[in-house]
Design a protein. Sequence first.
Length: 325
Amino acid sequence: MNSEHKFSQTNITGHVADSTVQAVGGGNLSGWHHGFIGAYLESVSIMSQHRLSAVVSVCCVVSNTAGSTHVQLIARTGSLTSRSYHVHGGTDMLKMHGHGIAGQVVHVTQRCYNKQFFLQKEADRRRWLYWLYQARKRYGLRVLNYVVTSNHVHLLVLDPGSDLLDASMRLINTRTTKELNRYHKRRCPLWEADFQATAIQTNAHLARCMNYIDMNMVRAGEVKHPKQWRCSGYYESLHPSKRGGRLDHASVRKLLQFDSTKSLQLARDSWITSKLSNAALGRESYWSDSIAVGDLAFALKMKRAMAYTQPGRRAQREPGCFAVR
C-alpha cells in the first residue's frame, strides 16, 4: 500500500437519529474498492470513552473532494452519541518493509509508536504473547524465536507465504492495540505502522540471529541472563507448555540441523555463555534494519529477488556476514 493512502487520523461522529456514522479522513483514496475500505474500517482501532460495538464494517465511499474522502458506516443500533470519536492509524495500515517469499526465515522487528514504553508491564506483554499464539493457530505461523521488550518486539518466523505473515502481524497488533488502550484508557496508536522484515539465511546466520534475539534484554541491562526474561522464546524453551505454546520446536531443529530439542537447548546455552564470557553485548543493527542477512551469495540472491519492491539496495559486508541495506 502506498504511503499516500494512509489516514493520519480520522474523525467519526455518530448520529442517533439515522443510526449511521460518517467518517471523514484525509488522504488520496483513488483506486480503493469498497471491500478494502470495509477491511480497513473493520480492523481499525477505535478509542473512545464509549463502546462502538454497534458499528459494523458495511460501508461505502460517499465522496472524494478536496483531498478528503467521506465514508459511511452502517450501525446496527442507534446507541451512538453525537460526540466525536477518533480512529488512529497504525495497525490498520500495517505493512511490511522487507520481503515476502514463502518458505523464507524472516526476522520481524515491530516497535511501539514513537518508541514509547507501552509494554513495561508483564501483563501487557503477555497479551502480545496470547495473540501470537492465536496467529499460530489461525494462520499456521511457524514461530522460531521471539522476545517482547518494553517498547518493541523481535519475532523470528518461517514465512508461510500468501501474505499470512502480514495477516498474523495485523491480528496481533490490532487486537493488542484495542485491548491495551481500553485497559489503560488511552487514545493513541500502540504500534508503528510499518514493521521491518529481514530475510535470514538458514545456516549459521540463523543461529546467530536466534542468539541475537535471546540476548536482547541482557544488552538492554534489564537482566543478567536471558532465562530471567519471561516473555521470550528462550524462556519458553526452558519451560515448555502443553497448551498455549508458541514455538515450533520441530522447525527450529530441522532448520538448525539438530537431532533433538535437548541438543538444541545445549547449543543455545553455549552460545549465550560465549556472549556473556566475552562481554560481546554490542547491538548488531543489521539484524533489524536490513532486508536480508547471510553470506554473499544469499545476499545477492535476495537483492535480486527484491529488486522490484526494494530498489537501490546494496550488499554490504558486516562482521561475519553480508547485509542487504
